[in-house]
Ligand binder design. Structure first.
Ligand code: NAD
Length: 216
C-alpha cells in the first residue's frame, strides 16, 4: 500500500532515481552513492537520503547502495514490478499522439484500448489500436483488465468520461483535460497540464521590464 504521508515531489524524484539507476546498471556500474545519484538528479545528497528514508533503510553507511538492489526496491515501491493495462478515452489530437507512441510496452504499461464518443471514429486505426465506441468501455475494461486510463476528452466531457471509467472499475486516471475531477477516494487522478508547465517556465524566466509587454 502506498504511504499517504509521502510527498508527491518525493514520488516524482523516486521515478528519476529509478531511471538513473537503470542507466547506471546499463553502464555496468554495480554500486552508487547518494552523492552520485544527487549529482545526476540535480538535487542534494541530503534530499536523496531523505526521499529514500520514507521507505526504510537502503545501502550501508560508507559503502553506498548496490545499484541492482536499490533499483529492485524502487521498482517495488513504485508498483512497477507488474504490468499495468492502459486505455485512452478521447481519440482526438492528443489521444492519437499517445496511441502513436510505440514504447509504453518497454516500461510495462500495456496500451490496449482506445475509445471515443464520436461514432465516426469507431473502427479507425490509431497506433496499433482500433478505436472503439465509448459504449463498449465497461465491457472492454472488464475483459482486458484495464487498470488506468489517459483521459484526453474536452474539459466539458471530462467528468462524464471519468464517471464511466470509475464505474467500469478503472482506478487510475491521467487527466489531460483542464478540469478538476470528482472521483471516489479509491481512484487516483494525476493531472497533466502542459499549459501550467509553460506558465511555471515563464515565471522562472521572467526578467525585470518584461511586464511592460504583458497582454494578460
Ligand atoms: P480534440 O478535440 O482533438 O479531441 C477530443 C476527443 O474526445 C474527440 O475525438 C471527441 O470525440 C472525444 N470525446 C468527447 N467527449 C467524449 C467522451 N465523453 N468520451 C469519449 N470521447 C469523447 O482534443 P485534444 O486537442 O486532443 O485535447 C484533448 C484534451 O486535452 C482537451 O481537454 C484539451 O484541453 C487537453 N489538452 C490540454 C493541454 C494542456 O496544456 N493542459 C494541452 C493539450 C490538450
Amino acid at each position: 500500500m502506498p504511504n499517504p504521508g509521502v510527498p508527491s515531489a518525493t514520488v516524482g524524484r523516486l521515478v528519476t532515481y529509478l531511471r538513473l539507476l537503470t542507466e547506471l546498471e546499463e553502464e555496468g556500474t554495480r554500486t552508487t552513492s547518494s552523492d552520485e545519484l544527487a549529482t545526476r538528479a540535480h538535487v542534494s545528497a541530503f534530499q536523496v537520503r531523505k526521499d529514500l528514508a520514507y521507505f526504510g533503510r537502503f545501502g550501508t553507511r560508507g559503502a553506498g547502495y548496490t545499484v541492482a538492489t536499490l533499483r529492485r526496491e524502487l521498482r517495488r515501491i513504485l508498483g512497477l514490478t507488474r504490468p499495468w493495462t492502459v486505455a485512452i478515452v478521447g481519440m482526438g489530437r492528443l489521444g492519437q499522439a499517445l496511441a502513436d507512441y510505440p514504447n509504453f510496452d518497454l516500461y510495462d504499461f500495456r496500451l490496449r484500448a482506445a475509445f471515443d464518443a464520436d461514432p465516426a471514429k469507431a473502427g479507425l486505426h490509431a497506433g496499433g489500436l482500433v478505436i472503439e465506441p465509448i459504449e463498449a468501455l465497461a465491457d472492454r475494461v472488464a475483459e482486458l483488465g484495464v487498470d488506468m486510463a489517459f483521459l484526453t476528452v474536452p474539459a466539458s466531457s471530462a467528468q462524464v468520461a471519468a464517471d464511466a471509467l470509475v464505474a467500469a472499475g478503472v482506478r487510475g486516471i491521467l487527466n489531460f483535460a483542464p478540469a478538476v475531477l470528482d472521483v471516489p477516494e479509491t481512484v487516483h487522478v494525476e493531472p497533466i497540464d502542459f499549459l501550467a508547465g509553460l506558465k511555471r517556465l515563464a515565471y522562472q524566466m521572467v526578467r525585470p521590464g518584461d511586464d511592460d509587454a504583458a497582454v494578460g
